[in-house]
Design a protein around this ligand. Structure first.
Ligand code: ASP
Length: 709
């Protein structure tokens, strides 16, 4: 007797009821990772029955397969002419049943928005059957639609909307009922495919990304650079970051994934390649932060017979060409807080606005030394949109006030003045509320800072000593008096917020001071609360003359030498001047490197340096200054050999491509411009990596877990 037909959908739902087989969100059984098992009523399990069931299942799958997999080809752009019949492929979305004989729907395609109309007059006509077919297809299913073009809105070739009178529609798969889609829905990271499909901003940014890459490639090719691919399976070297190791089948041997193609590109310089570039995948096993991924993409470049100046000019010209190129291709959509670009030739620019454009970038970009950036902005990647700077103020403050804000002996005290918009009487109240909120939400690194937490005072002419009585008369006069020479503090207005922070009296080290962090926090919080306008401009700058070396810390492996410090950028960076070369031997922590970072709006977009191209000098720095072991230096023998072979002077740079795309598409997170980003734990939750290593894989690589026999 023939078995009742079991549809694929039914099979899926039967399997999803098997305990332990389904996730709480999606029936995993739909993934058909193993052949579906037939469920039947008969208790017989004779092999003859199984053969029958398999035959029936095979038949069903064949039918379903041919129903969904044979479909007409999509029409080419040139075939889209009013009155002509065309075929489009896309996802069925937004179906509107006007009445029993008139249905509208949208087809989501990678081009202009397509609206289909299905109408009929008489029952049982082809129009009626097509309308029924349209209504029966689950929303969001992929479809092939054939219809006659009723109207093309907008310019031919860059239409914004096309209206089609539906002639036929064919589903190409079915969207399951258990996936609930609503406006602005956030799917879990395991369903990244759904997030990409249903989030317009995410999809738009992923589509913009290769266009930005294309522009950069075009400019570099125009400048005579050569794109060269370098190996992903590299070897472990103490370049600075912690590496990912790739075991091999050869006992005791492992590759390492490149933290950057730095050494290969320098070898290319010795090979005579004048200008190299590559969109390079880089891998660093570092502690992750919101804007960091363990694997990321850099636009990596290197120039032979060149100095850092040449590289900075080249990068400036590349980046400065982007706004005009992007304005030619994209328009902006502003949707609530989200601003993102959509192609002028696709994706239905119905919400797009021409008011928001990428503005020309004034070049050359301003330059700040590391010391200046740290003193004025408290950070080595200053956000120049923030309209207030840091000033050193301990010279005008009283010992009483200083001892109130810190327990440090003879500290330095810095301060900034933040002026919310608008100022005035009301502003004093809203500033006080703002300060209260801010102090409650300080990150613990600031609130529990051993040097003392930041102290914020609100200027209010209605209060004793204008709300600054904790400064005392002397301190008040010293800070706000005309002779203070402290600019911002001389003309205080009601509602101004003054933030003070102490720090140890020693040279700057690392990437930021506590007050630098507080300054960014105040700015971001003020913008989000409407106390300052959102500034969409890009404020680029170079930060230069970094210290060549930085004292070792626990987080970064550095070069593993015995000197107690490691290279700030990497050990191949050249000292800045002859004076810095001399300092190598006498006071290496004071030596500056020819190292430059490109910064925009508080984001480090990339970094580079002039390299040491003389092998002896490179070896001297590794061996004598960083005090690396013979083994450590030996790991760079390939590079030393390449330098020894008459390598020309060279310099280079790497532009963080994910960050560049994030900045230019107006998002703070690189996760919004990476199709499959990793979580803060370094996991890809879509495919669930990293996976457990099996014993047979361990055996193949001659590995064992520590502590096991
Ligand atoms: N390799 C460096 C980095 O990845 C960039 C450079 O110096 O060119 O940061």
């Amino acid at each position: 007797m023939a078995q009742p037909r079991v549809s694929l959908r039914r099979l899926c739902s039967i399997r999803s009821q098997v305990p332990g087989r389904c996730s709480s969100y999606l029936p995993r059984s739909c993934l058909l990772r193993t052949p579906p098992r037939l469920v039947h009523n008969s208790s017989k399990s004779a092999s003859g029955d199984n053969v029958d069931q398999r035959r029936i299942l095979g038949q069903q799958l064949r039918e379903e397969w041919s129903k969904y997999s044979l479909f007409p080809r999509a029409s080419k752009a040139a075939e889209f002419v009013e009155g002509k019949e065309v075929t489009v492929h896309g996802f069925l979305s937004r179906r509107r049943v006007k009445h029993s004989k008139l249905v509208f729907a949208d087809i989501q395609v990678n081009g202009p928005s397509i609206q289909i109309t299905s109408s009929f007059v008489d029952l049982d006509t082809p129009g009626h059957l097509t309308s029924q077919a349209l209504r029966a297809i689950p929303l969001y299913s992929p479809v092939s639609v054939t219809g006659t073009i009723a109207k093309i809105h907008g310019e031919p070739g860059s239409a914004s909307r096309i209206d089609l009178d539906l002639n036929s529609i064919q589903p190409l798969n079915a969207f399951p009922k258990d996936i609930i889609v609503s406006d602005g829905v956030q799917f879990p990271p395991s369903s990244r495919h759904l997030q990409i499909r249903f989030s317009d901003p995410l999809r738009a940014r992923l589509l913009a990304r290769p266009q930005i890459g294309f522009q950069l490639r075009k400019s570099l090719n125009g400048l005579g650079f050569t794109e060269v691919e370098t190996p992903i399976l590299f070897k472990s070297t103490p370049e600075g970051a912690r590496e990912f190791i790739v075991p091999t089948r050869r006992k005791g041997l492992a590759y390492a994934l490149p933290q950057s193609p730095q050494q290969y590109k320098q070898i290319l310089m010795s090979s005579g390649v004048r200008g190299y570039y590559q969109f390079a995948r880089c891998f660093r096993d570092e502690d992750l932060r919101a804007d960091r991924q363990p694997e990321f993409t850099q636009l990596d470049l290197e120039m032979g017979f060149a100095t850092g100046e040449d590289v900075m000019r080249t990068i400036e010209s590349l980046v400065s060409e982007l706004p005009a190129a992007l304005n030619a291709q994209f328009r902006m959509v502003k949707n609530g807080d989200e601003i993102y670009p959509i192609s002028k030739h696709g994706l239905g620019p119905k919400d797009a606005t021409d008011d928001l454009q990428w503005l020309d970038l004034p070049s050359p970009f301003p330059r700040l030394t590391y010391q200046e950036a740290m003193a004025r902005f408290g950070v080595d990647k200053p956000d120049l949109r923030v309209p207030f700077e840091i000033r050193r103020v301990d010279q005008v403050l009283t010992p009483d006030f200083i001892s109130m804000i810190t327990g440090l002996e003879s500290p330095i005290v810095d301060a900034f003045r933040f002026r919310p918009e608008p100022t005035g009487e009301v502003a004093s109240d809203s500033s006080s509320a703002f300060v209260d909120d801010l102090m409650k939400s300080l990150p613990s690194a600031l609130a529990k800072n051993p040097d003392g937490a930041p102290v914020a005072l609100v200027f209010n002419t209605k209060r004793p000593l204008c709300g600054l009585s904790s400064l005392g008369h002397l301190g008040f006069e010293g800070l706000t008096g005309e002779s203070s020479g402290l600019g911002d503090f001389e003309d205080l207005e009601d509602g101004d917020i003054l933030v003070f922070q102490a720090r140890e009296n020693k040279a700057f080290q690392g990437g930021s001071t506590a007050l630098g962090t507080a300054r960014n926090l105040v700015y971001q919080s003020a913008v989000s609360k409407g106390l300052l306008p959102r500034d969409l401009s890009f404020k680029f700058l170079w930060v230069v003359d970094f210290p060549l070396f930085t004292p070792d810390n626990k987080a970064d492996p550095g070069q593993g030498g015995q000197a107690g410090f490691s290279a700030t950028h990497h050990p191949f960076t050249a000292p800045l001047t002859d004076e810095d070369v001399e300092l190598l031997a006498t006071d290496p922590l004071k030596a500056r490197g020819d190292h430059y970072d490109l910064v925009v709006n508080g984001v480090e977009l990339g970094g580079g340096s002039r390299r040491i191209h003389i092998a002896k000098m490179q070896e001297y720095i590794m061996r004598e200054i960083l005090q690396m072991t013979d083994e450590g230096v030996g790991q760079f023998s390939h590079l030393l050999e390449a330098l020894r072979a008459g390598c020309p002077p060279h310099a280079g740079f790497a532009l963080g491509f994910d960050r560049l795309v994030a900045v230019f598409t107006h998002t703070d997170s690189v996760r919004d411009v990476i199709a499959f980003p990793k979580s803060m734990k370094g996991e890809d939750l879509t495919v669930k990596s990293p996976g457990r290593i099996t014993s047979s894989q361990l055996a193949t690589c001659h590995l064992a877990f520590a502590g096991r026999k």
